[in-house]
Design a protein around this ligand. Structure first.
Ligand code: AOS
Ligand code: ZN
Length: 393
């Protein structure tokens, strides 16, 4: 494998320096499958402790300056104080994730529900999330809906789309000038017959009707197997409607594994389209978020590994020799074009990135630096008693 040279790295450094990844507060809590949630020593008991853990990821990598919150899991009395707490740790509050998937009243839907009273409650929840955004300095509201049906005939799919449009319009109208809404899609789960926002086309149709401040959120685990995700990335960037990613990886369904773990080549292909579509250019508003759960591995190192994987694949994507690629494409030289692409993918960027980190005052090996920092031993000791956070709390 060819290794990236120092000169090669300095050519891509300006874009690489802009890489900022948002980590999810729920990644630091215990999580599991529907079979078992294993507890881990040192797991946070409060949102402050989750933010403190997220700050470790940023301290060791310089890549993760924002932490996404989930409401109501991360509710506090004083959001301005929470913002200051985060800022003192060098962090900002990122996306506010709404939650209409755990209350009994949402059993048959939320923003799409047939009953106007339930829709009202769901809209009000989002209006509260916007207030939290204002108080925390967050710019993005992320909406993922568990809405859907399990059996053909159960619901009026058409009416539910209309309900969704109306509900979203009211939420959209409450956004401030600097605030945005991103609508996440998912083709199944928890509903198994139809989902109200199953695909990027539906999300696009809904957000396009709202205006400039509404965009699509693409979770890399939310597609049918075999879907060409980078094509969707290309298309949404082309349309100016890709708001953010929820990065994770999957072998089967919505596995929420460490990003780049299951298919590093797919992550490379996605990042190549991000680069192509201007997603790393100066002034870009594309959000790069993680949406993951660390069920059996340690959570903070799991997040460190994830952001490093994104950085490595971004570096490789930036290495694609665009001139050579254009020439090969111009000559209809299929194999040469593919070879240019693969050369970038097969470049080992790790030694060069380690040196670059050091030159910027960061640890060459963030995983080792975290292991040696003593932070884990300290929180294992300190965080005894209280209620450990879990997915959903
Ligand atoms: C659910 O499948 C989605 O990926 C959402 O992004 C969800 O809000 C997140 O997993 C945390 O609940
Ligand atoms: Zn997601």
């Amino acid at each position: 494998m060819t290794a990236l040279s120092a000169a090669g790295l300095s050519a891509i450094a300006p874009q690489l320096e802009r890489l900022a990844i948002e980590v999810p507060s729920w990644a630091y809590g215990n999580s599991g499958t529907r079979f078992k949630v294993f507890t881990t020593p040192g797991t946070p008991r409060t949102v402050e402790e989750k933010i403190a853990d997220a700050a470790q990821v940023n301290r060791t990598t310089g890549l993760a300056p924002a932490v996404a919150l989930h409401i109501p899991w991360d509710k506090v009395d004083d959001y301005a104080a929470l913002r200051r707490y985060a800022e003192d740790l060098g962090m900002t509050i990122g996306t506010i994730n709404s939650n209409t998937f755990q209350a009994d009243q949402y059993k048959f839907g939320s923003l799409t529900h047939a009953d106007a009273k339930i829709r009202r409650a769901a809209i009000d929840h989002h209006l509260e999330c916007i207030e939290i955004m204002t108080a925390t300095g967050s710019n993005d509201l992320k909406i993922w809906l568990a809405d859907g049906t399990n059996y053909p005939g159960q619901g009026d799919m058409r009416q539910r789309q209309d309900n969704l449009a109306e509900s979203l319009a009211e939420i959209y109208a409450a956004l401030g000038d600097e605030q945005r809404m991103v609508l996440e899609y998912k083709f199944f789960e928890p509903a198994f017959y139809h989902t109200d926002v199953p695909d990027w086309g539906t999300s696009y149709a809904q957000v396009a009707a709202l205006g400039e401040k509404a965009k699509v959120c693409l979770d890399t685990g939310h597609h049918a197997p075999g879907t060409n995700i980078e094509f969707i990335v290309m298309q949404l960037l082309r349309l100016g409607k890709l708001g953010s990613f929820d990065f994770n990886s999957r072998f089967y369904a919505d596995d929420d594994l460490i990003v780049g773990a299951a298919d590093p080549f797919q992550l490379f292909r996605i990042m190549a389209e991000v680069v192509r579509g201007g997603g790393l250019d100066e002034g870009t508003d594309l959000g790069l978020m993680l949406d993951q759960c660390h069920n059996i591995e340690e959570k903070i190192p799991g997040q460190i590994r994830s952001v490093l994987n994104v950085q490595e694949m971004t570096a490789r994507a930036l290495l694609v020799d665009q001139e050579a690629l254009a020439e090969a494409r111009g000559n209809q030289d299929v194999l040469a074009a593919n070879a240019v692409f693969m050369d970038a993918f097969y470049t080992d960027v790790r030694p060069a990135l380690a040196e670059w980190r050091e030159s910027r005052g960061l640890p060459a090996d963030p995983m080792a630096a975290y292991a040696e920092s003593g932070y884990q031993a300290r929180i294992n000791e300190e965080r005894q008693g209280g209620q450990q956070a879990s997915w959903g709390a």
